[in-house]
Design a protein around this ligand. Structure first.
Ligand SMILES: [Fe+2]
Length: 337
């Protein structure tokens, strides 16, 4: 309710709370403000666990990676955000390049496998997702499957695959290809993609179209199929997943990130939130919940239904270098955006 009050009133209320409260966290009745670009249901589960454990309330503002990343950069030091959570790394890089993150506590960084966080420690991986080739087995046999995502540029794939180029998920895949293959090869691939592929809005729509036989195949993230399977399976029952593996650009594992804003006035609580998410209980939400994203904590297990992360043979890509601006520029140049 308090979040709806005009800011001067909110300030007055906070001051009153500050004066009357003996408890450190009761100083702020709004609690932490988290700009959340991760799937809302996953973050809500994290917030519930965190608030239960610490008593710290959390206010979520939801949006997508690019939108929220740009908003934080625009707001700069005046941003009300204490924490930023994303689906993919490029939006974290955007905010980091603007110098807006505060270094994370060592104890938080140490909870996460080094492969799933940038070495500089300004932000950390909170979950991971794998690129996957989804196909309709009535349209493609195993022998027809592409060996590499790069193969989808060949004329033989014209009209046979789909993607959601407007989304941050796919743009992260392109940013990783750019990092792995360089600008010229990526642009060539994107131009061929424009000729070959069919655009859908959102990974779920790609999955549905493949399932319905409207298109043979698509490039999405793995969890869309698992989430659907865990429900009714009606949008995935006619599909199968093919993992490219072999360090292919199409085997890219995208890291969802979390960071504390340097401008946060609740740094201690914000740090505690990221420590919780990356810790035992927070990572268990990934294993036991319905997100089907991968856990990235040291010794943290993912949902047993998933192909183990270690078996995906993902390419090594420095997440702190993923350049969403350049990726979007190339996609625009290729006529995809
Ligand atoms: Fe997604």
């Amino acid at each position: 309710m308090i979040s709806r009050f005009p800011s001067f009133l909110k300030k007055a209320l906070l001051t009153t709370a500050l004066l009357s409260a003996g408890h450190a966290y009761a100083a702020d009745t709004v609690g932490l403000v988290v700009y959340n670009a991760q799937h809302e249901s996953l973050t809500k589960a994290w917030v519930e666990g965190f608030t239960q454990e610490t008593g710290i309330p959390v206010t979520l503002r939801n949006g997508d990676d690019t939108e929220m990343g740009n908003q934080i950069v625009q707001e700069g030091a005046d941003s009300p955000a204490d924490v930023f959570l994303t689906e993919n790394s490029p939006a974290m890089v955007l905010v980091d390049n603007a110098g807006l993150f505060s270094p994370l506590d060592k104890s938080t960084l140490e909870q996460v496998d080094a492969a799933y966080r940038p070495a500089h420690g300004k932000w950390v991986g909170i979950a991971a997702r794998s690129t996957v080739f989804v196909y309709n087995p009535s349209k493609l046999t195993e022998a027809d499957l592409p060996k590499s995502i790069m193969d989808l540029a060949a004329p033989s794939w014209k009209g046979r695959w789909a993607a959601s180029p407007g989304g941050a998920d796919f743009q992260a895949i392109v940013a990783a290809m750019l990092e792995q293959k360089g600008e010229a090869a990526t642009l060539d691939w994107l131009k061929a993609m424009k000729t070959n592929f069919t655009a859908y809005r959102g990974n779920s729509s790609v999955l549905k179209a493949v399932n319905a036989g409207q298109i043979d195949s698509g490039v999405i993230y793995h969890y869309y199929a698992y989430v659907d399977q865990a429900k009714t399976g009606e949008n995935s029952k006619n599909t199968a997943l093919h993992y490219f593996k072999h360090k292919d650009p199409g085997a890219f594992v995208s890291i969802s990130g979390g960071g504390v804003l340097a401008s946060s006035k609740h740094k201690e609580q914000a740090q505690a939130f990221l420590k919780y998410i990356t810790g035992k209980d927070g990572q268990a939400v990934l294993k036991n919940g319905k997100s089907f994203e991968y856990a990235v904590g040291k010794n943290a297990a993912s949902n047993p239904k998933l192909v183990p992360l270690q078996q995906l043979d993902a390419p090594t890509v420095d997440a702190s270098k993923l350049d969403s601006k350049k990726a979007v520029e190339l996609m625009t140049q290729a006529g995809l955006l």
